[in-house]
Every structure is written in structure tokens, then in C-alpha cells.
Design a protein around this ligand. Sequence first.
Ligand SMILES: [Zn+2]
Length: 613
Amino acid sequence: MAPYLVLARKYRSATFEEVVGQEHVAATLVNAIKTGRVAHGFLFTGTRGVGKTTMARILAKALNCLSVDAPTPEPCNTCDACVAIARGDDIDVVEIDGASNRGIDEIRELRSNAIYRPARCRFKIYYIDEVHMLTKEAFNALLKTLEEPPAHVKFIFSTTEVHRVPATIVSRCQRFDFRNIPTRLIAEHLGKICQAEEVEVCDEALFRIARAAAGSMRDGLSLLDQLLAAGGGKVTEADVIRILGTPSDEATAGIVSAIAAGDPGAALSGLDELLGSGVTLESALAAVGEMFRHMMLIQACGPDSHLVELPDSQRQRAVELAGKFSLPALVQAVSLCQVTARNLRGLTSGRGLAEAALVRLAAAEKFVDARSLLARLEALEGSAPAPRAASAGRPGIPAGTAANYRRPTTRGQKKKIAPPHPPAAPSAGAGPVPPSGAANSLPARADSTSPPPRPPEPEPLRDPKWDGEYLKANWPAVVAELARRRQGYVAGLLGPAVVLGLEGQTLRLGYDEAHETIRRRCEERMDGEITTVLGQLFGQEVRCQYVPTGRAGKAPAPRQPTQSARLSSAQRDEVANDPAVRAVMDYFQGSLFDVRLAGPPKAEENDAEEHDS
Ligand SMILES: [Zn+2]
């Protein structure tokens, strides 16, 4: 029985056409040989296992094949020279490992031998692998030969770290950058080899091996060797999962689904199960990150893009999951997974870090920009026939996701796990000054410790009066009533306002500088909706003016304490516990310190935080 030859050697490509994934290199070399313009120095760069040594041997065969009397792009692979070169022990083709022969003496020896003509071939070829390992003196010695090489000498250098090769060497060589081999090509190649070996391996298993190989064909072949050695002529995806210690796609998809549902608890349970089954933290996080990456690619390039390197069954699932996220959310998720993976390196126990990443992904929901949040708030209330934010109809932002916020379970888990958001002081001093006494008495986020029992529907506001003094004194209650009537979006717009007065039918509402965005939104886009909603509440025609009042704490500020002070604590609780108000607070990760609701400016703040951290 022949000794077992590892697949990487048994199936090493023998011709330029066979080399997988480096067609650009092969084509250039073939062309050079055909036109007789063969350089005397070549530099092959690229990560390990992408075909540098294979290509060097093919080039050596092409230059030295004995079956023809000149260099040929199609070496015979059967003559003595071709066979010996393929084995790596030809007398005229010297392979040197730069890592172990890195000194000046070795290079001097090389130089003194180089002057002799080749024994039987056209060229004496020196192939120095990992050339960046040579010492400075050795490079200098090599440079002299490289500057004026004998006509019968060719150099092929390869390196995984081209930046460590002196520029003087690089500039004297024809440089070829080898690419990482796409997963799909590795999988296809492995499939062919399995056929030749008469081994049954399913597509999912092949893809999984190819993905683990991360662009290196040699790594892929080594993994396949390992699997063939373990299994009896048949390899299943489960075998691959076991040997690689990577999570199954079901498990990974489970975690991603939990994140999509805004359920940090389920995401953490999923991670815990994975770790319990022997998957390493790094693999688990890498798998989640990889799935987010594919989902991002699906959204950015379409589900059929060649960039999405998944077998069909997994592609379908990734497409479904991708539909639950917006593109910005996926971008954030990919980046967070990568940053976390990087931070995990060198930690003895980084579980907390990985968990924090998952919780952040799940709790931060979709990381959407303020406009899409507004759009979703509209969806939340089922109101707002008014002009929608431009992003409302954008694919990838499911309209129904806002419903998540109403689920008590999600809310409860979120509070238990998510670090309490700092009570969102409105834009660090620029916002309205919270009325003294009122701020602290209000339940900040109502449930920062444990969720209080949700009261039944709050009492409706009795006899709302279309009267200046009444409105000034009871504005928060009016806003709360709007929220109770499922006009949470309008309530969110009117919450930050202060009633300046009523002139005929015209209600003058003041917005301080911090709420200028909202004021303009009211004035420019939402006026029709606001007047309609208020008109229904007060039973008469209503007009509104949205007046900028400048810096917070100026003109209308003295009124605020009065207004808030007149609110009974029961009224405040009513506002705080209103489903719509709570939804708004959740949306913006904000807290309620006044009856004026958290609004879009706060969300922008949160956005900024996301980008900073
Ligand atoms: Zn030959």
C-alpha cells in the first residue's frame, strides 16, 4: 500500500490553468513566457496557502521542461525535470527556506554556486520561501547578484510579509500579489478532490471547511485531511462542526434571531448553549459576526451577489434574517463583532465582553437614525398619514418591529441586563432646565429597578378646555391625553412645547433651542396633523404657531415650575406609564424627568454615543 500522501501534495496544481484563484498571476506569467519576456527576479506575495510555492514550481517547470527546447507555458509534467521540480528536489531548481537559511553565509554559498551553469536544464532557479526572514547582510549579498545576475539564473522569492522585504529587492523583481482564495472556489475545489477520492461530503460541510480555511487552499486541504482521517469515507456537517469547534448555523441563526427580536436574554442563552457544547468564545463571536456580514452583503448587493458565499440552504435563511434589520444596523453589528473579537485577543476570560456585545446589539435594536425612528414611531401608533420620513419606505426597516416595544417580556429582560442608561439630560445643558422638585419626583424610566405593575388604561382627561390659562396649566395632561388616544407621535412633537398663549383660535407653542428640530418639523410637515388631532380633542377649529423661544431657561422658563408643580403625582405617573410614552422612552433609551416627552434630539444624542464608542 502506498504511503498516505496528504491532499495538499497529492492534488497540488501542476499547470497554470489548475491554480485556483490566482488566474491573474498565471495569465501574466503565461504571457511573459509566450512573448519571451521573462524577468530574472519574481516576488510572490500573499498569505499562507494561497499557491505561491505551487506557482513557483509551475513557473520553474515552464522554464526548464526538457520535452521542448524553449520555455513553454505548458510544461509536460512527465520529463525528468518536471517530475523532479514537482517533488521539490531538482538539481537545478533550488528551494531555500528563508526562515532557516537566513544568514550571510547561506547567501554567499548561493552566490558562489550561481555562477556555474545548470546541470541539465536551461536555467538555474533559486526559490527562496519566506524571503523576508533573511538578515540585512544576507539581503545585501543577495542584492549584488540580483543587480547583475548571470543569464542562466532566475530568482523566485515568496513572502507573506512583503513590507519586511527591502525596497531595493522588491524593485528588482516582478511582483505578483496572490489573493486570498474566495470561499466558493475553495469549496468547489475541495468538492472535486472529494469526488476523486470517492468520499461523500455534503455541500454544507464543504462550505464550512472552506470558510474555516479563510482564503488558504492549503488550510482547507489540511482540514479535509483531518476529517477524512476521522470519518470513514463520509463527512457530514456535524463532523466538521465537531472537529472545527465552530457553532452550527442553526445555533448562530438562533442568536441572530434573538438580536433581531430585541431579546438580549435569548441571545445570551444561545451563547451559553454554544459555549456549553464546546464551542470557543472566539468561534461563537466569529460565527455571529460572519452571519451579520453575509446579511449586510445581502442587503447591500442583493441576495444573489457572488460576495455572499453561502450554500443555498443557508443563503435562504440569511436572506430572511437580513430582512429583519436595516442596513445601518447590520453595518453596526458587523463592526461591533469585529471590534469585540479584536478586544477578546489576549484576554483569559473575555466572556463578559462578548456578552456585552450581544446585549448591546439586541438592546440597541436597530441602531437606526433619527428619521427612521420617527417613521417607526408613526407605525407604532398607526397614525400619521402625514408626510413620512424619507426612510419610512426603505427596504429593510420592517414596519412592524415597533411592536417589540410593547412586549412586557422584552422590556423586563432589557432592564435586567442592559446597563442603565444615564438619565438622559437633554443635550448636556443645552436643553430645558428641569423644573426644580419635579424632576426627581418623577419615576426615571419608571422601571429602572423592577417594572412596576402596569396600570390599566390611564384616566381620560376630563373636560379639556380651549382656554389659554387652562392650557398653560394643564399642557402636560393634554399631551398625555393625546398619547392615551394613540396619538403618541403628535404627543411626542407637542411634549417639548410650552404654551405661550391662546389668541383667538391660534395656540402659540414655544420651543426652546434644544427642540428646534421638533419645532421645525411641526411647522413644516406636521402642522396639518397636529391641528386635526387637537381639533378633535377640543371639539373645535384649532390653529397653531410654533414659536422659537431661544435658549432654554429664557423667556418662558419661569412658567415651567408652576406648570409642573400643578401636576399631581398621579398625573405624572399616568404619563410615565402610558404605553405610548413608555414606547417613546424605550425608543430613545431616554428617561422621563418631566411630562415633556423624550424626543428626537435625544435620539440623535444616542446616535452620537453609538458612533463614539
Ligand atoms: Zn517537462
